[in-house]
Design a protein around this ligand. Structure first.
Ligand code: HEM
Length: 215
């Protein structure tokens, strides 16, 4: 991208991705050396979500021509709601790692509860789920604003897909909570976390784009 002489914002996103992956390799190694203590796993997991966000933004921006000016595609009130949703999603992710951290060590059956987060798992799960409802409601409000303002189809479609993905993630979370975390739900819940982060980034990115001028 540097050699192709692309514009500054996409080069910045690409550099953050590259440096982020290297930093994550180091954090991952440290986390293993710390016997996967709950907080070290969280410190490894949360930057991964930032990197997913950055990668999704890069995916959107790289396709936009460098010589066009960015134009607003939906009202700034909808963009504000995407940011409120993103803030709620950050808290959902942080509290998710705390729910996991307050339970038994999944990678070491003999480790017991030593060094685990000493907070009530049920209460943390309720806080985690409550923040998810704020995230869902903020995304629904964004979608309504997009529909009412005649926003472009691609932005509206992204918001519908995001709502569907949040509902799938909600169902997996509830199954985990009610059925004592069946093994298959853990990778599914993590994978869906990355997916909702990516679609939240797509939705935000649709707010302002550089699009080719039609002649
Ligand atoms: C957008 C919605 C949601 C997202 C993005 C999300 C994300 C996460 C994340 C990142 C973790 C930590 C995973 C780890 O560190 O290994 C987690 C754990 C957890 N979440 Fe969610 N979650 C969501 C909704 C829910 C809901 C609605 C519930 C239902 C109460 C729920 C229940 C749980 C439980 C029980 C755990 C702990 C699982 C374990 O012990 O490994 N989640 N969540």
């Amino acid at each position: 991208m540097v050699r192709a002489g692309r514009r500054k914002d996409i080069k910045t996103l690409a550099w953050i991705s590259l440096i982020g992956v290297v930093v994550q390799a180091v954090i991952g190694g440290i986390s293993v050396r710390l016997d996967l203590r709950w907080w070290s796993v969280a410190v490894h997991f949360l930057p991964s979500m930032v990197l997913v966000f950055v990668a999704a933004m890069l995916y959107m921006r790289i396709a936009e021509p460098d010589n066009e000016a960015p134009t607003r595609r939906y009202p700034s009130s909808a963009q504000t709601w995407t940011l409120i949703a993103a803030a709620a999603l950050c808290i959902v992710l942080v509290t998710g790692t705390m729910v996991t951290g307050s339970g038994p060590h999944s990678g070491d059956a003999v480790a017991g509860m030593e060094g685990r987060l000493e907070l009530d798992t049920r209460v943390l799960a309720y806080v985690h789920a409550a923040c998810m409802y704020v995230y869902l409601i903020a995304t629904i409000i964004t979608t309504v604003l997009l529909r009412n303002s005649g926003a472009p189809e691609d932005a509206k479609r992204t918001s519908y897909v995001l709502i569907a993905l949040i509902l799938v993630q909600w169902a997996i979370g509830v199954i985990q909570f009610r059925m004592g975390v069946p093994r298959w739900t853990i990778p599914a819940h993590i994978a869906m976390s990355s997916t909702v982060v990516a679609f939240s980034a797509f939705l935000f990115a649709h707010g302002k784009r550089r699009l080719p001028t039609l002649v």
